[in-house]
Write a protein that binds this ligand. Sequence first.
Ligand code: PLP
Length: 419
Amino acid sequence: MSLAETDPVIADLIAKETVRQQDTLEMIASENHASHEVMEAQGSILTNKYAEGYPGKRYYSGCGFYDEIEQIAIDRACQLFGCKYANVQPHSGANANFAVQLALFNPGDTFAAIELSNGGHLTHGSAVNVSGKWLKPVTYRLVEDESRSDWGYIDFDSVEAVMKEHRPKVLMCGYSAYPRTIDFAKFRAIADKYDALLWADIAHVAGLIAGGAHPNAFPHCQIVTTTTHKTLRGPRGGLILTDDEELSKRFNKAVFPGSQGGPLMHVIAAKAVAFGEGLKPEFKTYSAQVVANAKRLAKELIDRGYKLASRGTDNHLILIDLRPVDAELTGKTAAVWLEQVGIIANMNTVPNETRSPFQTSGIRMGTPALTTRGLKENDIAQIAGIIDRTFRSKGDQTTLAKCKQDVLAICQKFPMKHA
Ligand SMILES: *Cc1c(COP(=O)(O)O)cnc(C)c1O
């Protein structure tokens, strides 16, 4: 029996969501379209088995094929990122980060990370996350002085200052809303100077690193965590990587039994498939195109009068400050108008923000999903024009309806291959 017959309510919602994805332009910087093959593995009978433990060291019988699958996922992850040890079991990026924190810290320990409003992630010390409740984050910032050519880039003076003052045992880099290349070597030099371990959370740029479109975190970082579903285009999941055998053992214990139970073996199989895709030459082409598309999007919007955080991008995302074009327009309203025309993006705080995180003056946009659908620079230029008309529409329904037609035409030209 098919799902449509046994549970038509859920089947119908999945069908509607498929149409929604087909008929909209997905520009949330952290989202992508996983391949049919990734989803085939993720939707497989591998979901049925408990495989607590690690390859060759399971608690239950019947894990032989699971050992092989998990070992392949581990080997491919290590090959993809050029490191020695991988834990492929974290259920998500947040779980990977929690496991690392459990392995490295005692409650009350200090670690350095970016100020959250400057592009960090909740798991990097937010007061509402366990990382901020049980640990003590000390923070560095982006360059705030707009007269400087590196405005909006990491302020390495503030990195050094926080390390010098607090001497935390871990320095974190890697962000959720940072449009520039991360200089891992520079971070490592500072970490070494203050006897700290360097931890990179590459959740956003993992796919660019895998495809050679962003410098690798290895060999500079002793600890690397990531998601597998953003630029890396795999199933929803997390990953912990290291070159250090002793750390890898601590991370394995912190994942299981420290913070998780049975691994999601169907997802681990899908991760193996995605890492396999990442190792192919096509993925290099893909990640280069993601960056080329984001750079074109940045240029088109700057040409139309928008201000971009750090004045542009090196990677897959941009942060648009709407204020120079419309001082009244909030990121929240702009995101609603964009959704009306079929462009999906999220509001975001911008440098020198004057509004609350619930209103914001900015929009974050990325190109990973559009690039997966096959869009190139000229298509992105056309979309930039639609985005500009939407932002300047003042909410006029006729204008928004016209924009929606233009979006639909692009969506039909680039069908989602994996649906
Ligand atoms: C997305 C993200 C995470 C969390 O990933 P989830 O899979 O949503 O738990 C962690 N760190 C960074 C930097 C991220 O951007």
